[in-house]
Design a protein around this ligand. Sequence first.
Ligand SMILES: Cc1ncc(COP(=O)(O)O)c(C=O)c1O
Length: 405
Amino acid sequence: MIDVDAVRRSTPGCETRIHLNNAGASLMSQPVLDAVVDHLQLEARLGGYEAADAAAERLDAVYASAARLVNAQLPEIALQENATRAWQAVFYGLRLGPGDRIVTGQAEYTSNYMAYLQVAARTGATIHVVEDDEHGQIDVGRLASAIDERTKLISLTHVPTSGGLVNPAAAVGRVARDAGVPYLLDACQSVGQMPIDVEAIGCDFLSTTGRKFLRAPRGTGFLYVRADRLEAIEPPVVEVGSAAWTSRDGYTYKPGARRFETWEAAHALRLGLGRAIDDALALGLDAIWARVSMLADALRARLETLPGVTVQDLGAVRCGIVTFAVDGVAAGDVQRALAARRINADVSTAEDTRLDFEARGLGALVRASVHYFNTEAELDAACDVVATLGSVARGRECPGQTSAP
Ligand SMILES: Cc1ncc(COP(=O)(O)O)c(C=O)c1O
């Protein structure tokens, strides 16, 4: 069980705000902040290279922490500055050609899908989008039948940016394994809020960010590359961090996934990432997931009782991201009304996950995303604001009727 009072005491942001934007960027804890600031101080006092030497062991330990978090081996981890860079390192490292197929799902993240479009236009590869099943998650049966000898990649967003859906990543992994097709999992929104095990999932590559459910600083992320898939992709760029210039006419990639890194990096932020991962591991991902699921279900249940409010989350399993619409009130106005009460939430639009939003005919939605440090009292406060807005909007539609208190 998580000691909620203790985690809130060590989170400065909890003192002044209700943070329901954990899918955007969560709140750093004081120890994470200290890890970052202490190293910056060291850089200022010693010099950047000298500070890196002094912190060498702790910097190396960040890889071990990331590996432990997703049940990978140490050489399978590369640190990155965000999830997008991690994902791109794999996607743009594949050698796709005319007629090759990228198989993906309906809930694809905007940047991923634009990359498919770019590479398809450049190479003649094609994109196949597998339809959802009755739960709104990727239809694994249809996925299996969509795989053929031209399929060179299964690429899936585990948890979309704009909804509570958790795609059945491990079932997709079994299809990928059976077909021998490389499998890239965008786990940007899932790492840190639920247990993630690359062996159980069966993915070959996984990308994630630090600032969301891991509660690390912005500008951090990491990549997992399964050891026996390393040679199947070529780093899209080569530089002194990814390779050594070993002869006049040649270079040799670094062993392991570090060949996808660049030499220069924000060491202070990496130390913050390491601390955030260690804190998540110490709390336990099972305990975090239990509390996040409980809070998200509680928020959905409260919102569903409010007249004019529609919760839009899909999936047989639903996570800490809660999306909803309020009749007669634009999502941006709901966000602003919440912000006026110091409640952080966000707005999701078709720009984020176009295939899904267009298929469901959705306009902009409010996105409230919970983490384990949130409380049920905070959910009540957010729902009070939403209820008031909804009743004011209904009052406008039916003048003469008094709105609910
Ligand atoms: C599902 C998903 N994938 C990828 C990304 C990109 O992550 P980053 O901004 O760390 O590059 C996001 C960001 O919101 C996301 O929600």
